[in-house]
Design a protein around this ligand. Structure first.
Ligand code: PLP
Length: 408
């Protein structure tokens, strides 16, 4: 067990050793603590556990030793190399949830009250968009949407509406890969004492650490690159205001009941141990695919933040270590060409979701967005021949051969 006081230099080492806890039975890996409740030797011991900050040995809706290791590992990765306001290494508290949606629900609900508003960018994951504009709106928490890539629009929206309490950013965004400048938006929001929340799912802490820019909360759908193998749905919420995380946020977490479970937490912990190796390969493969398709006769256009042609290339390169493992491209020939391409693939997997070791490819116009009228989906950049690709860690020559074959 690596001493917790050692400042680990690389994120790869943090992914392997960070957050690990010694096990009472000397298990090398923290086991799946499949137990709903935990016994107390004495009433006094029970009292101590209830009064303490570590609630992982009381009742598993409140926490569990299997969650704890995953939570500490993600917190160590998100905080790695960052100094807090007190000049010491940044301390974060993480809460492991049943899904990314559950983590964001805890985050919004514990920080907003009826009458408050959220300011966000127009390109967001569909579930986040619906949670904000439908579910929270019904509870009198409204959302103001603008182009947060433009500092003047962002500042004007904040000045125009005193009810805005929180600015939410997803960068890179699903599925457009639009990027918002974290330093710029957080700077503007902080001038007005607003909370800043970030969905870091596409980047992972390996590529991007939003807490470097003074944001308040970060969340992930751990279902994706953090787990990396597609074995569990999950989410995590991280905050730097430890007092609030241990009181108000904690209260909403345990009372909404969106907690994780020991098996999924175990799968997540094992997946995260190879984060650095996987992300390096996802990113180098994605760049090779983007460059290959960019010159392909059957392709109309490629959207990848690593290509200078992407409108947010400069912002992505400023705040991310590499441009990521996600890209999309437009096949010439519309919906039928998109379907034909998808059906001919022999190595890449036809599936939604992202961030798994195998390449996942979807055709939104015939799959996830088939029920949305063409004019409506095109407003969000979902054109007929658009293909979304989560580039896996297979050997690049096999991925490219599969794509070329399907595009013939
Ligand atoms: N945020 C982003 C960027 C996503 O892509 C997703 C799911 O695809 C979510 C949040 C929601 O995560 P989950 O499906 O784990 O609830």
């Amino acid at each position: 067990m690596v001493n917790k006081d050692i400042q680990l230099k690389g994120k790869g080492t943090v992914a392997v050793h960070g957050g690990n806890e010694p096990d009472p039975n000397y298990a090398h890996l923290t086991p799946i603590y499949a137990s709903s409740t935990f016994y107390f030797d004495t009433a006094e011991q029970g009292m101590e556990r209830f009064a303490g900050e570590d609630k992982t040995r009381i009742y598993s809706r409140w926490g569990n030793p299997s969650f704890k290791v995953a939570e500490q590992k993600i917190a160590a990765l998100e905080a790695h190399g960052i100094t807090g306001a007190d000049g010491k290494p940044l301390q974060l508290k993480a809460l492991l949830h049943a899904s990314g949606q559950a983590a964001m629900a805890t985050m919004f609900l514990s920080n907003l009250s009826a009458g408050d508003k959220v300011l966000t960018h127009y390109s967001l994951y569909g579930g986040t968009q619906e949670l904000l504009t439908k579910v929270l709106a019904e509870n009198n928490i409204e959302t103001v949407i603008t182009d947060l890539r433009d500092p003047e629009l962002a500042a004007a929206a904040i000045k125009a509406d005193k009810a805005i309490k929180l600015v939410h950013i997803e960068t890179p965004a699903n599925p457009t890969l639009q990027c918002v400048d974290l330093e710029m938006i957080s700077g503007i929001a902080k001038q007005h004492q607003l909370l800043v929340t970030v969905d870091n799912t596409f980047a992972t802490p390996y590529l991007q650490q939003p807490f470097r820019y003074d944001v308040d909360y970060v969340f992930h759908s751990t279902t994706k690159f953090l787990n990396g193998h597609g074995t569990a749905i999950g989410g995590v919420l991280l905050g730097k205001d430890l007092e609030k995380m241990n009181s108000r946020v904690w209260k909403w977490y345990v009372l909404l009941g969106g907690n994780s479970n020991p098996f999924d937490a175990f799968m997540l912990t094992q997946g995260m141990r190879t984060l650095e190796l996987r992300m390096e390969r996802h990113c180098s493969n994605a760049m090779a695919v983007a460059q290959h398709l960019d010159n392909h006769a059957a392709i109309e256009q490629v959207l990848y933040t690593g290509l200078p042609s992407h409108p947010d290339h400069t912002v992505a390169m400023k705040q991310m270590k590499h441009p990521g493992g996600m890209l999309s491209f437009e096949v010439k020939g519309g919906v039928e060409a998109g379907k034909r391409f998808i059906n001919r693939l022999q190595i890449c997997t036809r599936a939604v979701s992202l961030g798994t070791v195998d390449t996942l490819i979807s055709h939104p116009a015939s799959m996830s967005h088939a029920g949305i009228p063409k004019a409506e989906r095109e407003k969000y950049g979902i054109t007929d021949g658009l293909i979304r690709m989560s580039v896996g860690i297979e050997n690049i020559e096999d991925i490219i051969a599969d794509l070329d074959n399907a595009l013939q």
